[in-house]
Design a protein around this ligand. Structure first.
Ligand code: PLP
Length: 503
């Protein structure tokens, strides 16, 4: 046998679990961002293609000495960049179970349990989020676990293209036979995630298909501007295919007015896809349900469990109101995939809800998280971070030399330096960001709000708590003081205080 003997697997598996446990426990003592230069990792790697079997401990040594020191520590309690990708330990156990089963869930018949656990979980979560029952399988819709919100947007767009070229719902459409004709249009804002532009490109629509709707107050979609653009496009013979409002934009966490957008889009038969990749899971808490106002009117809704719902990448949750739409656009059945269960029409084949054929049993990972923490645990995880963000925003607003760059949204706070001179603010804010990141104590990323540079603090790490956010605030103030003292004019912070120094 070429595989590990099961007893050997057990022994090595314990060693790997011990390694992960020690890594996670030791994270607070490590810098969040590694001091690494391009090429350093490759130069430190041993021969990766050994001719003869090697013991596991030598691999773990290389991970310790070469990989870990060159890894941005996304699970560090001081990680506030992008949107955190919190990977709770429970979800790693679920992933291990899934890999252990090693099933391939392209069809119901290739993984009946994989398919039905996923259906049951997504139906349950639809209820827990307060989604309209029309998004459940029992209600004629249904949900699936995609690898990413980007893939979810792509399949939503493909379903929208199919529907727009086949409004009567026959089994074939012009789009499927002839492809796009250049008249398709997709409506976004300047704040929409770039995955929508990528989806349009992948679908062959080209950049001209993207319509950027003028923003209203707060930078969110202005429904009147959307309505005017749609009317003008239809009058010009163009075809509005999809409109994408965002619930929780990547830059500032802003929320587009979904209800009004859906009303306008539906007048022209356009598909409405809500991208709530980060913020959507907050609707588990009744006090945040308002985020989903109007979602009952849309065609598809996506939120990532792998950002803020404790589930290790990848697990993006996508619901559609009409379960027929994705298979109608994506199903292609060669002889070798034919089987009685699919032919019966009584089962869901998730290969028809995604681009790739094969798929993992991701539901087991999500299920393990839900089982371990319960909905109440997930709600308190979210509530804890929202409260920490509110506290941080209050401190920023009250501190001379700092300003909020946008209203805080859930667990996201955008801030900048406030010197009284916009150009100097931008320079100081850039330098502040660079100094914080160089310290190794915390990791932050940036955005631009109304043309001005801003630092984003996205609270969401599995272990990020009050003491960490207190330490971050202290670090921000000290670094801002250092920046002001040095009058740093660029992001050259080579002299900034480092991890382990007096900061
Ligand atoms: N949509 C929004 C609003 C996001 O913030 C992000 C990522 O941060 C994405 C989509 C893309 O997410 P994914 O990595 O799951 O494709």
């Amino acid at each position: 046998m070429t595989d590990l003997d099961p007893d050997e697997f057990r022994r090595l598996g314990h060693a790997v679990v011990d390694w992960v446990a020690a890594y996670r426990a030791g994270l607070p003592d490590r810098p969040v961002r590694p001091a690494v230069t391009p090429g350093q990792v490759r130069a430190g790697l041993p021969d990766l293609l050994p001719e003869h079997p090697q013991p596991l401990h030598t691999l773990l040594e290389t991970v310790d000495h070469v990989v870990t020191p060159a890894t941005l520590a996304w699970q560090h309690p001081g990680f506030y960049g992008y949107f955190p990708a919190n990977a709770a330990l429970a979800s790693l156990l679920g992933d291990l179970l899934s890999g252990g089963l090693g099933s391939q869930g392209m069809l119901w018949s290739t993984s009946p349990a994989g398919t039905e656990v996923e259906q049951a979980l997504l139906d349950g979560l639809a209820g827990a989020l307060g989604l309209d029952p029309g998004f459940t399988f029992a209600g004629g819709g249904g949900g699936t676990i995609a690898d990413s919100a980007s893939s979810a947007a792509l399949v939503a767009l493909l379903a929208a293209l199919h529907r727009s070229s086949d409004p009567e719902g026959s089994s074939t459409s012009r789009w499927r036979d002839e492809g796009v004709d250049g008249h398709e249009r997709v409506y976004v804002t300047a704040e929409t995630h770039s995955s929508l532009a990528k989806a349009a490109r992948v679908a062959g629509l080209g950049g001209r298909a993207l319509r950027v709707v003028d923003p209203g107050p707060g930078g969110v979609i202005a429904p009147d501007a959307l309505a005017a653009l749609l009317r003008a496009d239809v009058a010009a013979g163009l075809r509005p295919v999809l409109v994408c409002p965002t619930v929780g934009t990547t830059g500032t966490g802003a929320v587009d007015p979904v209800r009004a957008v859906a009303g306008v889009a539906r007048e022209h038969g356009a598909w409405v896809h809500v991208d709530a990749a980060w913020a959507g899971v907050a609707a588990l808490c009744p006090e945040h349900r308002g985020l989903l106002d109007g979602v009952e009117l849309v065609d598809s809704f996506c939120t990532d469990a792998h950002k803020w719902l404790l589930t290790a990448f990848d697990a993006s949750l996508l619901w559609v109101r009409d379960a027929r739409t994705l298979p109608a656009a994506l199903s292609i059945t060669p002889e070798y995939l034919r089987n009685a269960a699919s032919d019966s029409g009584a089962v869901v084949d998730f290969r028809d809800w995604q681009v790739s054929l094969g798929r993992r049993f991701r539901a087991l990972k999500l299920w393990t998280v839900l089982h371990t923490h319960g909905l109440e645990g997930l709600r308190s995880h979210i509530r804890g971070h929202v409260a920490l963000a509110a506290g941080l925003a209050d401190r920023v607003a009250a501190e001379p030399g700092f300003a909020l760059a946008a209203p805080p949204s859930l667990a996201l706070v955008c801030l900048r330096c406030d010197t009284g001179d916009p150009d100097a603010d931008d320079r100081a804010t850039r330098a502040l960001l660079a100094a914080v990141n160089a310290s190794g104590r915390a990791f932050l990323t940036h955005t631009v709000v109304d043309g001005r540079y801003a630092i984003r603090v996205a609270i969401g790490g599995v272990t990020t708590g009050a003491a960490d956010v207190d330490a971050l605030w202290d670090l921000l103030r000290r670094c801002a003081g250092w920046v002001a003292e040095q009058a740093v004019a660029s992001d050259d912070v080579s002299g900034a205080p480092r991890h382990g120094s007096q900061l």
